[in-house]
Design a binder for this molecule. Structure first.
Ligand SMILES: Cc1cc2nc3c(=O)[nH]c(=O)nc-3n(C[C@H](O)[C@H](O)[C@H](O)COP(=O)(O)O)c2cc1C
Length: 369
């Protein structure tokens, strides 16, 4: 008999608004760079179905899709997924339906809505080339807070006030499409040096209009997107926000700023902050080690009073359980660990002395048999 006292914290359910997650083990957004940029730009297909579907079979409680662009110019690469038209929404609906139907634990799925800003139109990591994709190879003019490029990427065009308002509207339209496609939640990508983070970081945003300057103005775009997404989805659907809680550079965003951003976002209806770090500028010294971002998830959880998810080099079951048990975060995202082992949650549950239900097709492999 399992001692109730030792029941794994990782496998306790979590409720966000009306969405009940079976447990706290989730899949973070992971770009697959696998769309056909010419015949079906932004349209997910069989690769995405199998990639995301395997985590549903593996017992994840929540799967977040890869960064999915709210308009064509917002793609990191020409091969990214999107949600700016109905063809994309229909393709996503098939994947959402598969995840819902194939999971024995009741896996939920959310879409990560993104705009890459000045880091758009780049080669995918497994391309032969690096840097910005030229127009001759289906690249486009990237857009940013200013004309300043990211490292050696092509210079972006600075967004006008009108462009910024259009981007906000595109986030709202994509969120409405996500609801129609059956997604259970929406995550706004405000991290990793993409557009919202570019506006939030003083290292990147040197604008002098309503969208730049002091912290309130730098955070204005993220919060305007939160408002737009919140009003495009039903009141009972949770909205998640991924942030980079530090730029890892003197003079950039730090934990104290991230706490203020999280507090403001929560006041506007964000239900959980997914806490990552870095990405605004290329030259950052990041002390990467197991669980290195967990202290930021704890700081935001404790000081902003909003639920958080922790991510980054957490791929051991006991380590993940400790993050929840210690009160550092409300959920743990396992990325590369899940690519290595798509049934990570089944294995983790077993290692922690409990069992998740298996899909009936796989029951003969269950440890409890
Ligand atoms: C292949 C791959 C693609 C990724 N794509 C995204 C993405 O689309 N959006 C995002 O917010 N983070 C992305 N990330 C970062 C992951 O969500 C996660 O934060 C990171 O991998 C650290 O977690 P891990 O150590 O468990 O892998 C990606 C990571 C990998 C490995």
């Amino acid at each position: 008999m399992r001692d109730q006292h030792r029941a794994p914290a990782l496998f306790a359910p979590l409720r966000l608004r009306d969405l009940v997650l079976a447990h706290r083990g989730w899949v973070p957004a992971m770009c697959q760079y696998s769309c056909d940029p010419v015949d079906a730009p932004g349209v997910p297909h069989d690769w995405h179905l199998v990639h995301l579907g395997q985590f549903a079979v593996g017992g994840a409680a929540l799967i977040l899709t890869e960064a999915t662009a709210v308009n064509a110019a917002g793609r990191i690469s020409p091969r990214d997924t999107g949600l700016w038209n109905d063809e994309q929404a229909t393709a996503w609906a098939r994947i959402v339906d598969f995840v819902h139907r194939s999971s024995a634990v009741g896996t939920k799925i959310g879409v990560q809505l993104a705009h890459a800003g000045r880091k758009a139109s780049t080669y995918w990591p497994f391309a032969a080339q690096r840097g910005s994709v030229p127009a001759t190879e289906h690249g486009w003019q990237a857009l940013g807070p200013t004309g300043e490029p990211f490292g050696s990427y092509a210079a972006p065009r600075a967004l006008t006030d009108e462009d910024i308002r259009a981007v906000i509207a595109d986030f709202a339209a994509a969120a409405a499409r996500a609801v129609r496609a059956g997604f259970d939640t929406v995550e706004i990508h405000g991290a990793h040096g993409y557009l919202l983070h570019q506006f939030a970081s003083p290292l990147v945003n040197t604008r002098t209009d309503a969208w730049g300057g002091d912290e309130e103005r730098r955070f204005a775009l993220t919060l305007a997107v939160v408002d737009a997404v919140r009003s495009a989805v039903p009141g009972d659907m949770p909205v998640l926000l991924r942030v980079s809680a530090t730029d890892w550079v003197e003079g950039g965003l730090d934990a104290a700023a991230a706490v203020r951003l999280a507090r403001a976002a929560a006041a506007r209806g964000v239900d959980l902050v997914d806490v990552s770090t870095g990405g605004a500028v290329p030259a950052a010294a990041i002390p990467v080690e197991p669980g290195y971002q967990v202290p930021f998830a704890r700081a935001i959880r404790e000081r902003a009073g909003v639920p958080t998810a922790a991510v980054g080099l957490i791929d051991d079951a006991a380590q993940a359980d400790r993050v929840i048990r210690d009160g550092a975060a409300d959920a743990v995202l396992v990325g590369r660990g899940a690519l290595r082992d798509p049934h990570w949650w089944q294995r983790a549950a077993h290692e922690l002395g409990t069992e998740l239900p298996w899909a009936p097709q796989y029951e003969r492999a269950a440890w409890w048999r």
